[in-house]
Design a protein around this ligand. Structure first.
Ligand SMILES: CC(C)(COP(=O)(O)OP(=O)(O)OC[C@H]1O[C@@H](n2cnc3c(N)ncnc32)[C@H](O)[C@@H]1OP(=O)(O)O)[C@@H](O)C(=O)NCCC(=O)NCCS
Length: 177
């Protein structure tokens, strides 16, 4: 597959904008990744400046392979991140996180809606999936606000903190087809 393009102009709803990550964003990103709520629901994230730079390089290689587009959510301060990943054929997955002080005001919902519409309209995907831990209720709510439907509970689905974690799977089809 071809590289996933950077959305141009950047995706925005007038409240939040999605733009490529920049090295200057690393300090804000690292603070957010050390947050206990983020740590509770995430198995891995870069926690040092060097790891973050390597992470950006990995993301760029994956974007050029057509697999991943990972964007900063800004207003213009960095509020969090949203990604289209696992792109294969006409399917892809959505992921997101917010810095603690950006939560509780609809930022993730806005960002996911922007990226979902772009993935369907500009990339031509027909189905998106979203996978959450069963106890990540805030994330389930974001998925449902964005129109995803809960489709399955997969037992011992993915490696997580040294064991295997169940996953709730949400799906969304492109209804404009
Ligand atoms: C998952 C996560 C992004 C959800 O953050 P969030 O702030 O709850 O999500 P949103 O930005 O969509 O905000 C929704 C909240 O804003 C409120 N809100 C205000 N205005 C809103 C609007 N215009 N639209 C939607 N929600 C709005 C909602 O009522 C909701 O609050 P509530 O949860 O008290 O009902 C956040 O908890 C997080 O970063 N967690 C750690 C990382 C993580 O778990 N990522 C997901 C892995 S699957």
């Amino acid at each position: 597959m071809c590289a996933l393009p950077w959305p141009s102009p950047p995706l925005s709803d007038g409240v939040v904008t999605l733009r490529p990550w920049q090295p200057d964003d690393i300090p804000a990103m690292l603070v957010a990744f050390h947050d206990p709520v983020f740590q509770r629901f995430s198995d891995w994230a870069p926690l040092t400046d060097a790891a973050a730079r390597e992470h950006f390089s990995d993301l760029e290689r994956a974007r050029l392979r057509g697999e991943v587009l990972d964007l900063a959510i800004v207003d213009p301060a960095v509020l969090g991140g949203v990604s289209l990943h696992g792109v294969a054929g006409e399917r892809g997955r959505i992921g997101y996180w917010l810095a603690p002080d950006a939560r509780g005001r609809g930022v993730a919902t806005r960002a996911v809606r922007l990226l979902v519409r772009w993935a369907f309209d500009a990339v031509g995907l027909t189905r998106l999936e979203l996978t959450c831990g069963p106890d990540n209720v805030a994330s389930h709510c974001v998925a449902e606000r964005c129109g995803f439907r809960r489709e399955a509970l997969l037992r011992a689905h993915q490696p997580f903190k040294g064991g295997m974690r169940d996953s709730v799977v949400y799906g969304l089809q492109n209804t404009r087809l």
